[in-house]
Design a protein around this ligand. Structure first.
Ligand SMILES: N[C@@H](CCC(=O)N[C@@H](CS)C(=O)NCC(=O)O)C(=O)O
Length: 332
């Protein structure tokens, strides 16, 4: 059964981006359902929704579909303001946003992904490596993966240095000196948590002895998640058809927004547009009628493949491109 709040998270268990959202929902005790996805395309359930965006996770609330964890976390903060995990003071908010930018867009995730151990069985599956070539635009041949590893490890070590020597240097428990983990901790921790779980870093480079504060912070975070999990509602796991049916029967979660007349792209409400990420998964473009565009997001209305009902697809603006369909720009 999907929960009353209509939240469905489409993800797979070992996605470090999905963990950002799962941890957030767990720490807040927000009810949600999940629809587990294969680790590579095709993802029939997401196709059935009418969404072309290929990255994981996506989250639906009713017939509003949110792509990208930056937007998903922002929407959850807005929808459930009581007890929100985000900072309220501008200076702290700035730190939180800079940490998001550092890990999501600043290259830390890409570098962490370059450390994936060659022995990982998925790296020997040509379907997986071909899929990740489509996603990342780089070669995933055994040799190329091997060649990139030392550089990936060097950059990830730089992140450990930053955390140990500066951010956590004064012995604080949580990044913003809060009582419990806040959104800033989620924004900072996930690539480091991921590489430690992959056991992909040589102990001569990154170890508990070299980075005791970072390791202790990650241990504390795990304990906080375990404790929150014991009291949080357990997510229902929906089969694909069930999740899609639930989305299609639901209402929209948000009122229809406006098109910002001062937006630099100069697009008009109702115009056919396409939108897609430019940092990865860039070959998969969503198309639809422009519903709204603000500095934070662009929303397209598109027809689902099931029952033909309309869904609204939400993309963030940063590292996304939105163009009118049929203009020269769509070929870029
Ligand atoms: N900026 C996006 C990045 C999402 C992302 O790259 N997710 C990875 C999974 S961890 C992905 O989609 N990999 C390829 C795939 O699973 O298809 C976000 O914040 O959600």
């Amino acid at each position: 059964m999907a929960p009353h709040n209509d939240i469905v998270l489409f993800h797979y268990q070992f996605s470090p981006f999905a963990k950002r959202v799962v941890w957030y929902l767990t720490l807040r005790g927000i009810e949600y359902a999940q629809c587990l996805q294969p680790v590579y395309l095709p993802r029939e359930d997401i196709n059935a929704l009418g969404v072309k965006y290929r990255r994981i996770p996506i989250m639906s609330i009713g017939r509003d579909i949110y792509c990208d964890t930056r937007l998903i976390l922002q929407k959850l903060e807005e929808k459930f303001p009581h007890g929100a995990l985000g900072a309220s003071q501008p200076e702290q908010k700035a730190i939180e946003k800079l940490l998001e930018s550092w890990t999501v867009d600043g290259g830390m995730f890409i570098r962490a992904a370059q450390t994936i151990p060659l022995e990982m069985p998925l790296l020997k599956d040509p379907k997986f490596t071909k899929d990740r070539e489509d996603y990342s635009g780089r070669s995933w041949s055994q040799q190329d993966v091997k060649n990139l590893q030392p550089e990936g490890i060097t950059h990830v070590r730089d992140g450990f240095e930053f955390l140990e020597k500066w951010l956590l240097a004064d012995g604080r428990q949580w990044i913003l000196k809060t009582e419990k983990p806040s959104l800033a901790d989620i924004e900072a921790i996930w690539p480091f948590h991921w590489v430690l779980s992959l056991k992909s870093l040589p102990p001569t480079v990154v170890s508990k002895e070299k980075y005791p504060k970072v390791y202790a912070w990650i241990d504390r975070f795990n304990a906080a998640i375990a404790s929150a999990k014991s009291s949080a509602p357990k997510p229902a796991t929906l089969k694909g058809a069930e999740a899609v049916k639930h989305v299609m029967q639901a209402d929209f979660a948000e009122p229809e927004g406006q098109v910002d007349v001062n937006d630099p792209l100069g697009l008009k409400k109702g115009q056919d547009v396409e939108s897609w990420p430019v940092d990865s998964g860039f070959k998969h473009h969503d198309r639809g009628r422009l519903v709204s565009i603000t500095p934070q997001e662009v929303v397209l209305a598109s027809q689902s493949k099931v029952g033909g009902r309309e869904i609204r697809i939400h993309h963030p603006r940063w590292n996304f491109r939105t163009r009118a369909v049929g203009t020269l720009g769509t070929k870029l």
